[in-house]
Design a protein around this ligand. Sequence first.
Ligand code: PBG
Length: 336
Amino acid sequence: MPDDMNTHTSRDLALRGAFDRHRRLRGNATMRGLLRENIVTMNDLIYPIFVEEEIDDFVPIDSMPGINRIPEKRLASEMKDMEKEGIRAVMMFGVSRKKDSTGSDSWAADGLLARTIRTAKDAAPSIAVISDTCFCEYTDHGHCGVLDGDHVRNDETIENLGRQSVVAAKAGVDMVAPSAMMDGQIAAIRHALDGAGFDQLPIMAYSSKFASSFYGPFRDAAGCDLDGDRKTYQMDPLNGREALRESFSDEAEGADILMVKPGMPYLDVVARLRDRTDMPIAAYQVSGEYAMIKFAAQAGALDEGQVMRESLGAFKRAGADLILSYFARDVAREGI
Ligand code: PBG
């Protein structure tokens, strides 16, 4: 077909409204800015941090370029720096030297968890301190609860989660984030918190947490080795409907925020959840997702800043209100 005929035909179609001119709104940066549907700000981001006791210097995590374990004694000054940089919330993980079979240091009144919460809140009161409420960083076997052979005992573990939450609350935590994937953990924690007078303390439930290999680098960062896997308590990565059931259970038990973890490979779960609930939703861009972007950028295969922006924006597009990301500090420093 000659070119002019082709053009003629297209114009005719347009005149008849037979196709849309989407490109009209993409013509320049101003228009694209005006039409952008989602935005990421520091109010959307939670920065995960690792705080280790009994060390003097920062420990770089080789599998997570740019991330260090923070020595407990440097936590106060680190928090002050983060506050100046614009970080609004941290998810705190302890790297413990006092591990035992139940993870009891995590509910000791002067254990690592209680001390680090007090230090962090004292140093930077405007930063919301959220504590990962689990045991794998505090047990010598690395599982997220009390073991019976190689089975993690559900009901004993949720009682301990209640204890840990009350200790965190007394230390001044702003929110607890149970990540053990035990059944009934939200109800048990809510009950324990309310009983201790903390009925105003919110719970962000790691409600759809998958048994994912994307957590690989986290194990280096948090210093938790594990024989075996967590498949009897964390979800099968190929199950979407189950993620909805888990989330609705947590909602019914009293969770204030639901979370999907990992993030990028699970945006379908975020989107399905967004359609089915009006609860706030958080999504966790986990250690392996961060590592993939960092190492690909180091190899020259990706533009780190652009991919960071695109990946964080995609969480918002899928329907997340909050994003846990190791990039949060880069965003604070460099903007987005
Ligand atoms: C468990 C916990 C894990 C992560 C957050 N909380 C590890 C696991 O479940 O094995 C992983 C986070 C990441 O990979 O960035 N308390």
